[in-house]
Design a binder for this molecule. Structure first.
Ligand SMILES: *[C@@H]1O[C@H](CO)[C@@H](O)[C@H](O)[C@H]1NC(C)=O
Ligand SMILES: *[C@@H]1O[C@H](CO)[C@@H](O)[C@H](O)[C@H]1NC(C)=O
Ligand SMILES: *[C@@H]1O[C@H](CO)[C@@H](O)[C@H](O)[C@H]1NC(C)=O
Ligand SMILES: CC(=O)N[C@H]1CO[C@H](CO)[C@@H](O)[C@@H]1O
Length: 697
């Protein structure tokens, strides 16, 4: 049968039985919060923010202990055994490490609980005092989770640090929190050694890579550290057990360092109650969570999304299998050819992902389809477009049969990339491209729940429900959050705007963290408690509510944008740097969280560019023609690079592509204010096609 026949027959048969239900579901509802300006929306199912999903449970340690008792024999933590490690070299002489990894080996809830208790006792035996803080600085793995729970059982606050923050930030955060014990891997230990002379408070290192020689001491600068292996601490605790000292809901569980927009990292303090509220909210949004689920863990645990997700899984009796971003699929970089990646070995039902990873999955599938070409490609395209139009109906419509058919014919193979059993993907950290969301929805046949939340709100905020097939929005408030919009008159966003209320997004509820560590000033600036006792965090993001109570992010209050990989770009700063080029009359840098780089619109200075053209005998009739020339673009771009280098901008701050604009931006054109400040939103609209082109070429 040709793809065209399939194309005619299948729609015909299924259109007959297809019914689209178009009635809008109300996902968020307005709520009156006493004595407060702004437009507030809550989750449609919960009248008050949810603190805890579990009766009588107020801390993460209580939750974990209860789950271990209930699910004693279930598998909890799985790690793949290393079969062999090989070095392959490519044609150009570079060498790559390839891993052959075996089956998952599991620890049961009962076993993990024992390890956690032992580790907690071992920490005390090592001499770690009650009031001292522990830092965990390592890749995601089972010992990370065990260490975390171990610290909780002693009411110790755990400091986490993004591995990507860099040396200075690492030094800063360990020093600021006066950490005395650092739990790390062998790789991280090398980094610590390099800055050892500056880490005055660190006394003990617990290395979780077992091959590391234990009971050594290391002198770095004027400091000396005692180094112990994880298994020795565990053994020490097993031989000398002591009673736990459990925390209360208001005790600080984690201080999580994230990149700050001004350079130095900020430590966000989260109580057990905060994290528990987020964990509880996740319980309500993933349909049918239970002990049969298998979760693939590979994102950094220093990220609140991953930390909350693993605590959810460990609370319901299901299993966590560990992997890494470089060994995720059979085709991953570090996987030895012909052996299995983490996903196909584990066959998970649940995953968390950040947009960059999903973009990569989509790119990989697209490339494979293009490379194969022919009938397969046409069939794929047909199936894709059929499913795309079906998405406009509902998820579980009468076209379910057609979905089964396409899944069998086409998408089964795509699903196999992630093991074939995925039923829900949680995406967070940055907004997901609508196209990618659609692609993953269709090819994996699994809904993606997309969240909006910040470390400061303990990842609480909004969440797009599993049956919401719209794209580009971030969903309705989580059960643990109220979402409020407040006027921002300077930016022209008002809650009285019609048809959609717009304004700065403020998140309130038990999920909102207590503030920044040792930074009361900043805390006071962005956290506020209202008359009714609800704690609010002012995000600086601008949003609008749709009629069904879902939120869409439309702008940012400050000219600071977070790129896809988490780096902050201060638009104003970079523009001020680049405008020194003699060819630049005006410039608007554009950056957004969908891309890892930025682009710029550059208004050319006619006089200096004409002079350059005549000097170099570049023929042209009009100035706008000159601006279109490849040579001109190169010359101007070169001058920008020079200015950027002189001001030592970071690589991600330098636009990778520019568009030369020949007409000046004037107040009359409406593109700049009377004071000649650029109006970003207006320019963005006026040049939207050019911007799209810059990103797509
Ligand atoms: C937990 O530790 C913190 C900080 O050391 C302390 O203030 C708090 O009282 C402790 N909680 C309990 C229940 O002992
Ligand atoms: C560490 O913190 C102390 C004060 O808490 C400060 O005096 C010192 O300069 C800091 N060191 C580094 C390397 O940041
Ligand atoms: C889905 O519906 C929207 C409007 O409701 C329309 O703009 C869009 O083109 C539709 N998409 C498909 C693939 O049918
Ligand atoms: C830290 C914080 O905001 N705690 C609040 C959590 O929510 C409960 C009830 O909503 C409040 O009583 C706490 O003050």
């Amino acid at each position: 049968m040709s793809p065209y026949m399939v194309g005619i027959l299948v729609p015909l048969v299924f259109t007959l039985v297809m019914r689209n239900s178009k009635k809008e579901k109300q996902r968020g509802v307005p709520v009156d919060v006493a004595g407060d300006a702004g437009y507030v929306i809550r989750n449609h199912r919960f009248e008050f923010p949810v603190d805890s999903w579990w009766e009588g449970i107020t801390t993460l340690s209580e939750l974990f202990e209860q789950s271990c008792t209930q699910h004693h024999h279930n598998s909890l933590l799985g790690t793949r055994k290393l079969v062999s490690r090989e070095v392959e070299s490519s044609a150009d002489g570079k060498s790559f490490e390839k891993l052959h990894l075996g089956e998952y080996e599991w620890l049961s809830y009962g076993q993990v609980f024992q390890l956690v208790s032992n580790f907690a006792s071992g920490l005390s035996q090592l001499g770690h005092e009650r009031v001292e803080r522990v830092a965990i600085f390592a890749d995601t793995c089972d010992k990370w989770f065990i260490s975390l729970q171990g610290c909780f059982r002693r009411n110790l606050t755990v400091v986490t640090i993004y591995a990507s923050l860099g040396e200075e930030a690492l030094c800063y955060s360990l020093n600021e929190t006066e950490v005395t014990t650092v739990i790390c891997g062998g790789k991280e230990l090398k980094k610590l050694e390099a800055i050892g002379g500056q880490l005055d408070t660190v006394k003990r290192i617990i290395c979780i890579d077992d091959e590391f020689p234990s009971e050594t001491s290391l002198v770095t600068g004027s400091n000396s550290w005692m180094i112990t292996s994880f298994s020795d601490v565990e053994r020490l605790g097993r031989e000398n057990p002591i009673d736990p000292e459990l925390p209360l809901a208001a005790d600080i569980a984690v201080i999580m360092y994230t990149s700050g927009s001004t350079g130095l990292p900020k430590g966000v303090m989260m109580t057990h109650g905060n994290v528990l509220a987020t964990v509880s909210a996740v319980m309500t949004i993933v349909p049918g969570l239970g002990s049969k689920d298998v979760y693939l863990a590979y994102l950094p645990l220093a990220h609140i999304l991953e930390l909350a997700a693993e605590n959810v899984i460990a609370a319901i009796g299901s299993s966590i299998g560990y992997g890494t971003p470089l060994t995720l699929t059979d085709a991953s970089n570090k996987i030895k050819r012909g052996t299995k990646g983490d996903a196909s070995m584990l066959r998970p039902t649940l995953m968390t992902a950040v947009p960059a990873i999903l973009d990569r999955v989509r790119g990989g599938v697209r490339k494979k389809v293009e490379d194969t070409g022919g009938f397969s490609k046409r069939l794929f395209d047909l199936a894709y477009s059929r499913r795309l139009s079906a998405m406009n109906g509902s998820w579980f419509g009468a076209w379910g049969l057609e979905r089964l058919l396409w899944n069998f014919l086409v998408f089964r193979k795509v699903r196999a990339i992630l093991g074939g059993h995925i039923r829900f993907i949680l995406s967070g950290g940055a907004p997901l491209f609508p196209d990618t969301q659609r692609f993953i929805n269709i090819c994996l046949g699994a809904p993606i729940g997309q969240g909006y939340g910040l470390t400061e709100t303990c990842a609480g905020g909004t969440f797009s429900e599993y049956d919401d097939t719209s794209v580009g929005r971030v969903g309705a408030p989580l059960p643990c959050s109220f979402i409020k919009l407040i006027d921002w008159p300077e930016g022209g966003y008002l809650t009285s705007d019609s048809p959609k209320p717009r304004g700065e997004i403020v998140v309130g509820g038990p999920n909102v963290t207590v503030g920044y560590f040792k930074n009361e000033e900043k805390t006071k600036e962005v956290y506020k408690v209202d008359e009714s006792g609800i704690r609010w965090f002012f995000t600086g993001d601008i949003g609008q509510f749709h009629s069904d109570g879902c939120l869409e992010i439309i702008d940012r209050k400050k000219d600071i944008v977070k790129l896809q990989h988490g780096e902050y770009v201060s638009l104003g700063k970079v523009e001020a740097t680049l405008i020194v080029s003699p060819y630049v009359d005006n410039i608007m840098l554009h950056a957004d969280p969908f891309h890892s780089y930025c682009v710029a619109l550059v208004v050319a200075t006619q006089a200096s560019l004409e002079e350059w053209a005549s000097r170099n005998e570049i023929k042209h009739d009009t100035f706008s023609e000159l601006c279109e020339k490849e040579q001109t673009l190169k010359e101007v771009y070169g001058s920008l690079i020079k200015a950027a280098k002189e001001a030592s901008l970071e690589k991600f701050e330098i636009p990778t592509k520019i568009k030369l604009v020949s007409e000046a931006w004037t107040p009359e054109s409406g593109l700049v204010t009377a004071a000649l400040k650029i109006k970003r939103e207006v320019i963005k609209k006026a040049f939207s096609q050019d911007l799209d082109k810059l990103y797509s070429s």
